[in-house]
Design a binder for this molecule. Sequence first.
Ligand code: ACO
Length: 347
Amino acid sequence: MAHSPSDWSTDANEAFRLSLVRAQDDRASLTAREAYEGFHPTFTYPLFGEEEKLYGYRDPKIDLKFASGSLEQYFHLSYTAKLPSSSAVDDIEGTVAKFIPAGYYTDEDEFKKRVEADATAFSPLGTRILTYTRPASTLSRKGKHIVIPQVLSPEDEETVDFEVYHCTWQTPGFREYHRRMQLFILLYIEGGSLISEEEELWEFVVLFEKRKRRHAPEIATYHFVGYSTLYPFYCFPERVRMRLSQFVILPPYQQEGHGSALYMAIYQYVLATPSIAELTVEDPAEAFEDLRDRNDLKMLLADERFMREALGEGAASNGGGGGGRVGRRRGAGVPVGLRAAKKGRLG
Ligand code: ACO
């Protein structure tokens, strides 16, 4: 039976499914585990070309699973039919393999064993620079990937910690870890590209969820949430201008304030580091501009000294902690920015 070419062409973003896999004991305490499995990339053009199509397969499914903390990977391709191999038929595994480290798992049982082992063996690399806590009941309850009944369990009354770590290429094991997470930049940031390991000065901030096991609270497990890359440029006469280059929060964790928390961790790190003169952002996406503006404003409105100096006596007491709605768009007439905050505190 003859088939039209469109029968063999599939949307690559739909076919590609990502999962953050937790060990059995950690899955048991999750109220929303569906959220972490089977979510899709926003972009696949860096892998499969501008059209973001897979050609040559009927009903292809690409499963790329990550151990939720160590990010060890498992790849599986399934389909119901495939055209005879030719140059027109996509080599799906060969293409994905160019973007993930060699040695990924293709045997799911072996991968699951690795997930179990890594769950307790893995802990974040680098130096912890921030911790914050959220009630478990507010996590993964909203957003387009999640369809779960709102049944409250005792787990919902618990809190979950989130920790931010600072790393450089010199952090032991970080190069290998970065090779496992950098694909997220291509899959979620429009125009994102991989950074060069030859450039020694890159810095990284990585966000993890830290869970205590329900039946063994002395055991903590860590789960990757997102990360950002920073590059220091020389700033006359003897400091650096830090440029935030890439920033991603994985879809299961978006819209829960983690992007804001990661940005604030970077902000506080910059404020606390005298050698950094200012923080700039490379080609920010619109969603990131919103996030930055909201958080910069919040920070400045809460800074009494800045409010006094910028708006005069009396402003500080009116501005701080107001919680009022402020303009979201850039250029709203407020002198937003870390440069102003740094001048107030350090300059
Ligand atoms: N409950 C409900 N909504 C919340 C909560 C909460 N507890 N906390 C925050 N929100 C809302 C915020 O008000 C905001 O709403 P708005 O968009 O309507 O204004 C929204 O959630 C987003 O704020 P955060 O949750 O702090 O941000 P998030 O964790 O979703 O991260 C980001 C935003 C980084 C843009 C993320 O969506 C992402 O990684 N996207 C893909 C990659 C990307 O575009 N990265 C930026 C590229 S630019 C660059 O790299 C320099």
